[in-house]
Design a protein around this ligand. Structure first.
Ligand SMILES: *Cc1c(COP(=O)(O)O)cnc(C)c1O
Length: 387
């Protein structure tokens, strides 16, 4: 019996090697060249105004929070409303910028609940970070209006949202900044990289400078300006090294070509799971795009919440059947850096203990999906609490 893993990145090897070969033959593997190409292609694909290619989406989140803090002179009592149900990058970025994370609760979509956000706003609130879990755009539009009404900055952690749409618009148009991840197991895989897309072009300019230690011009354009390397530059910010490089951009260029095709298959697999998982009341599939028929999810994840069983036992039963699911996510309030931020989030706590992400990648055929569904039913039947 073959192993069925949670994620398996799809690389089109020959196309990737062709793109990488171009970097090597040209003798340019760094910032510029393919990084500019992927930025242009990403802007064309999403219709977003600006795009800057980074070494990860974590870098993008850190950069966004640092820049917003400095531009708006946010002091150390400034609060950012966020979700406990996310990868820690989201919330580390708030702490790293010296700001206060205020945890609002999620609802059955796993995304932040608009009601809970509104209840969390204080006179110190500066921004909201919204995470579209698994690519799901539900609640995003409501959160956009809340931010507008309350003059709050909206940061979209779009790590799962490459290829998610509101109507015909790619996600991200209404946020002040949207940050995408092209990490190896995300739905547009490279090795590690990400894209930061500011609405305002002056932010994009500053991001380009800050992402390379605050240096005012990248070497590639200096080299090309008059064909010999100019050594002079000025430094305006003491910032980190966050920019991406041409070898990884080469992988992103190929992944972007297949993004729509791959997401279509992800959505098919998710629909299959939904049709196979209707029998047991212990399984609650997390549905996407429930708030409007015009929404499209990238379907980076297919998640279920399990009830009346021990989630961890169900996972071990699945492992015995050579199926390796995951959990996205445990509430960040379980982790040491967040233990002092004690807002009560009962829904996030419930999901933290009950979520399972089922295998979802384009190497699964329909029989594999069936096998996962059947094995899950068997596992639930073995682990049901006796009352
Ligand atoms: C993966 C992920 C990130 C970080 O992405 P990297 O590109 O690996 O830095 C941030 N937020 C969420 C929600 C993620 O899933």
């Amino acid at each position: 019996m073959k192993d069925i893993h949670l994620f398996q990145p799809a690389f089109r090897t020959d196309e990737c090697l062709y793109e990488i070969r171009q970097c090597l033959e040209r003798g340019w593997t760094g910032l510029g060249y393919k990084t500019l190409e992927i930025e242009n292609q990403w802007k064309r694909f999403t219709g977003l105004n600006n795009a800057h290619f980074l070494n990860s989406s974590t870098s993008g989140l850190f950069l966004a929070l640092e820049m917003l803090r400095d531009r708006h002179s946010w002091g150390s009592n400034s609060e950012v409303i966020t979700t406990p149900l996310t990868f820690v990058s989201t919330n580390h970025a708030i702490l790293h910028a010296g700001l206060i994370p205020v945890f609002a609760d999620v609802d059955q979509t796993l995304n932040l609940s608009p009601t809970s956000i509104e209840a969390s706003i204080t006179s110190n609130t500066k921004a909201v970070i919204f995470v579209g879990i698994g690519g799901n755009p539900d609640n995003y539009e409501e959160v956009v209006s809340i931010c507008r009404r309350n003059s709050l900055i909206l940061i979209l952690d779009a790590a799962h949202m490459a290829g998610s749409y509101i109507g015909t618009n790619h996600i991200g148009h209404d946020s002040d900044v949207a940050i995408f991840s092209f990490q190896a197991v995300k739905n547009m895989p490279t090795a590690d990289s990400g894209m930061i897309c500011f609405r305002d072009s002056s932010y994009d300019q500053e991001a380009r400078q800050r992402s390379w230690l605050g240096i005012d011009k990248d070497t590639f354009s200096r080299t090309n300006s008059d064909n010999h390397y100019k050594w002079e530059y000025t430094v305006d910010y003491a910032s980190n090294k966050y920019h991406g490089n041409s070898v990884i951009a080469a992988l992103a260029l190929v992944s972007l070509r297949y993004l729509e095709e791959d997401n279509t298959r992800r959505r098919e697999i998710s629909t299959l799971y939904e049709t196979y998982l209707t029998d047991l009341p212990e399984i609650i599939p997390i549905q996407h795009c429930t708030k409007s028929p015009s929404y499209t999810s990238s379907r980076h994840l297919f998640q279920i919440s399990v009830r009346n069983v021990d989630r961890n036992l169900v996972m071990s039963e699945l492992n015995k059947r050579r199926i390796f699911p995951g959990v996205h996510y445990r509430s960040n309030q379980n982790y040491k850096p967040y233990q002092h931020f004690v807002q009560s989030c009962p829904q996030a706590d419930l999901f933290s203990e009950t979520l399972i992400s089922l295998p979802l990648h384009i190497y699964l055929d329909n029989n594999d999906v069936r096998r996962v569904a059947d094995s899950l039913a068997e596992s639930i039947n073995k682990c049901r609490y006796k009352i």
